[in-house]
Design a protein around this ligand. Structure first.
Ligand code: 5GP
Length: 242
């Protein structure tokens, strides 16, 4: 399938049209940004690594009955996906306290939460992606009440599947961000990517709070060895059977 016009360029991906109006070609970039793009850089090989990890995780989730936008991975850094209208929401699931949860609540980093926490953020760079309440989300009509309850249950189910899978990889799934989209027939699908850019992943073989980090926090916090960490996640993800 040949690529046509550029539809959209985001911080980590470029979207192109294809011969089929219902299918989009996604090109994963090596560019890395953090803190609402105030910090910028490159992670060499990231595009291919994230594309391969996301492919594996989408296939795993599809096999477990979760609808995703994934169709195929035609090249190492390319993914063919179903065209969707992305809901302007970041759905974050947390199992262990880290990041903004600690900054905003004072909970200590590493505290295991009594049950997974599902949060919704407004995907809006100009506003700095603020945390939403349920009523604000509905007020802004970012999703319908039905979609909201579907998003909540899907996020929790995805969390269960991913926790079990990453455990087999010797990796603790601390938290992650999901994005969902709606097809032309109003089907809600998991979209975007799941990768070390969008998850906090801790190596279970390490107890040191810096050494255990295998995700974008290495870039955000200047911990070094970012490429090695992403590569290690890839090897474990591809080397682990369902
Ligand atoms: P926090 O709210 O603690 O900064 O992030 C929670 C989780 O969601 C982390 O795994 C983080 O990587 C992910 N996350 C939050 N916002 C974004 C975002 O704008 N882009 C990406 N790729 N991940 C995000």
């Amino acid at each position: 399938m040949s690529a046509h016009q550029k539809l959209y360029e985001g911080k980590a991906k470029i979207l192109y049209t294809t011969d089929d109006p219902e299918i989009v070609l996604t090109h994963f970039k090596d560019d890395a940004t953090a803190f609402n793009a105030q910090k910028r850089g490159q992670i060499s090989g990231k595009g291919e690594i994230n594309c391969a990890i996301a492919t594996k995780l989408f296939q795993l989730l599809e096999a477990e009955g979760i609808g995703t936008h994934f169709i195929d991975q035609p090249a190492p850094n390319q993914m063919l996906v179903k065209r969707v209208r992305i809901l302007p929401l970041e759905v974050v699931v947390r199992n262990i306290a880290a990041g903004s949860l600690c900054q905003q609540t004072g909970l200590p980093v590493g505290k295991v939460l009594p049950k997974p926490l599902v949060e919704f953020y407004f995907k809006n760079d100009a506003l700095g992606d603020p945390l939403l309440t349920r009523d604000r989300l509905l007020l802004l009509e970012l999703a319908t009440p039905e979609q909201l309850s579907q998003l909540n249950s899907q996020a929790l189910r995805i969390n269960e599947i991913l926790i079990a899978f990453f455990n087999k990889c010797g990796i603790t799934l601390v938290d992650f961000k999901l994005e969902f989209g709606v097809t032309s027939t109003q089907q809600l699908l998991l979209a975007d990517e799941i990768s070390p850019d969008s998850c906090r992943l801790w190596n279970q073989a390490e107890t040191d709070p810096d050494k255990r980090v295998m995700d974008k926090d290495r870039f955000r916090r200047d911990l070094g060895n970012v490429e090695d960490a992403y590569q290690q996640v890839l090897e474990r993800v591809l080397g682990t059977l369902k």
